[in-house]
Design a protein around this ligand. Structure first.
Ligand code: PAF
Length: 280
């Protein structure tokens, strides 16, 4: 596995691989890799791509300095895991390499980003769109793999690809879960044993709510029941629970025939912010 730390190295690698007729897939990550990330790499390799993974804890998408400072960083372990998963190249730049000067460009995704993560983490999606655009330009992949766990991020990246005509296929991979249902996340490492034991409630609440949606329980009632269920665990501080249109991500007042429903939740669990979702 090649390991690059400069944009020039990554560009040169991509150009050479493309000239040689290789097909490239990008798996962008912030490191502290778990099985969810590795499955993206394995899926790309199995589809015949040379897989480029990136590890970059992107400061511009953090609106909380403690969250950025405490974000787990495990470069040696991650490098070994990626090599074992069949990754062809790893891009691990410094902040100065990615942002030689502060960016001035600003992304606005309209209603898509005015809800949920966008509403609760001001500036977050501007940072995501900036770094993802840079990675697309540098790596020039034919495909990019993202996990469905970040449902709203996927919707925005899809919009970014369409609006800026990036010539690549977006491949969305289902959320990978622990045996007790907890969605895999790099932040799970920061959970205390007590918090980790409580964490699966998030997915239980989502699956109960999904069943209620299937039974036709009104969105506002589904939301209220989910919030009440989360409140039974005092370690949780819920941030939002939304019953939303799976395309537009706007909260639903009522169900519309033929329109997909996504249930999205964010909650703090003993100081660690967790998100999850289920598409009904
Ligand atoms: O999902 C993530 O880990 C990040 O938001 C991403 C896509 C790597 C951009 O920094």
């Amino acid at each position: 596995m090649h390991v690059f730390t400069t944009a020039a190295e990554l560009r040169a690698y991509s150009e050479a691989a493309r000239s040689a007729g290789r097909r490239l897939a990008l798996v962008p990550t912030m490191g502290a890799l778990h099985n969810g990330h590795l499955q993206l790499v394995q899926a790309g390799a199995a589809a015949g791509y040379d897989v480029i993974a990136s590890i970059f804890v992107n400061p511009t998408q953090f609106n909380n300095s403690d969250d950025l400072r405490l974000y787990p960083r495990l470069p040696e372990q991650d490098t070994a895991l990626l090599a074992g998963a069949g990754c062809t190249a790893l891009f691990m730049p410094t902040v100065a390499e990615m942002y030689p000067q502060p960016t001035v460009l600003h992304f606005d995704f309209g209603p898509l980003e005015r809800v949920m993560e966008g509403a609760h983490r001001p500036g977050h999606f501007n940072g995501v769109a900036t770094v993802v655009s840079k990675l697309f330009h540098l790596a020039r992949p034919h495909a990019a793999y993202f996990g469905q766990k970040d449902f709203q991020q996927v919707a925005l990246v899809r919009q970014l690809i369409e609006d800026l005509s990036f010539d690549l296929e977006l491949i969305v991979y289902p959320t990978v879960r622990e045996v007790d249902g907890l969605a895999m996340s790099s932040r799970n490492r920061r959970l205390s044993a007590e918090a980790r034991a409580a964490a699966p409630l998030l997915y239980r609440v989502l699956t109960q709510a999904a069943e209620q949606v299937r039974q036709g329980v009104a969105p506002a009632e589904v939301q209220a029941l989910a919030q009440a269920a989360l409140a039974t665990e005092p370690q949780f501080t819920p941030e939002y629970f939304e019953v939303a249109d799976a395309q537009t991500l706007q909260p639903l007042a009522q169900y519309v025939a033929g329109c997909g429903v996504v249930l999205c939740v964010a909650a703090h669990l003993s100081g660690v912010r967790l998100i999850d979702n289920v598409v009904v």
